[in-house]
Design a protein around this ligand. Structure first.
Ligand code: HEM
Length: 222
């Protein structure tokens, strides 16, 4: 513990970059997402959208489609409940405002170019760079749409309004597939970046450095 991290006598220690709740929710989400993708691929194989694309049995979850569907619903409830608590926590605690905001387009372009040429530094674990901010906010938005298209193709009669938003059942199915591809793309980039800076993985496991708590959402009354 450095002098900066030392709590003042009588005061509470500063919180960690990734509080326990965030770590538990992050890894729960990662496992649920793998279950969703693996079982989704098996369900897809039962009636493919693209004739050339079948997912090999070695990388899917489920022995037959109905079995995969049970895994998919199991993963779905965990992903949805975990995701709702994470979103509420991020909004109420000020975590999203502190770490994911603001996103400046010029910074995103500059840092994306630096990342592509392996010049992007991630020395300060307590801040996300503009590329990370876009990726995290982006994947959250895609997951929300993914839940909506999932509901539409699960109960097309009850959620007919949602189905028509996507131009019909096949449109919703295609949007669900594209959402899966975007999430898989995110995961490949995300895990590769994390492996390039392994101390970020350690921080997501142990909490990481201590940070100043989020400032109050409303200014104090005069
Ligand atoms: C085994 C797979 C995964 C690994 C190794 C991993 C690793 C990490 C690490 C190290 C961080 C912290 C980044 C930093 O401090 O610079 C992080 C944050 C994050 N990851 Fe992952 N991750 C995985 C899977 C996922 C999946 C599947 C998703 C969503 C689809 C996801 C979404 C996020 C988000 C949104 C954050 C920011 C969380 C916050 O600060 O509130 N991760 N991940």
């Amino acid at each position: 513990m450095t002098a900066i991290d030392m709590p003042v006598a009588g005061s509470r220690p500063k919180p960690r970059m990734h509080p326990l709740a965030v770590r538990v929710m992050h890894w729960t989400n990662a496992i649920a997402m793998v279950v969703m993708i693996g079982s989704g691929w098996k369900i897809y194989n039962d009636e493919v959208i693209f004739g050339f694309l079948h997912f090999p049995q070695e990388i899917v979850l489920g022995i037959w489609a109905q079995h995969a569907l049970q895994w998919h619903f199991f993963g779905m409830w965990i992903l949805m409940l975990n995701g709702l608590v994470y979103l509420a926590y991020g909004l109420i605690s000020g975590r999203f405002r502190r770490l994911l905001w603001p996103i400046r387009p010029l910074e995103v372009v500059r840092e994306a170019l630096a990342a592509l040429t392996f010049r992007l530094k991630h020395a300060d674990l307590t801040h996300y760079n503009a590329v990370q901010k876009v990726l995290y906010v982006g994947v959250m938005a895609v997951i929300i749409v993914q839940v909506i298209t999932g509901l539409a193709i699960w109960k097309p009669v009850q959620f007919s309004g949602l189905v028509s938003l996507f131009g019909g059942f096949q449109g919703a199915r295609l949007a669900h597939f594209i959402g899966m591809a975007l999430i898989v793309g995110f995961m490949v980039v995300h895990v590769a970046l994390a492996l390039l800076v392994p101390k970020t993985i350690l921080a997501m496991l142990t909490g990481g450095p201590r940070v100043d708590p989020a400032p109050p959402t409303t200014p104090p009354a005069h």
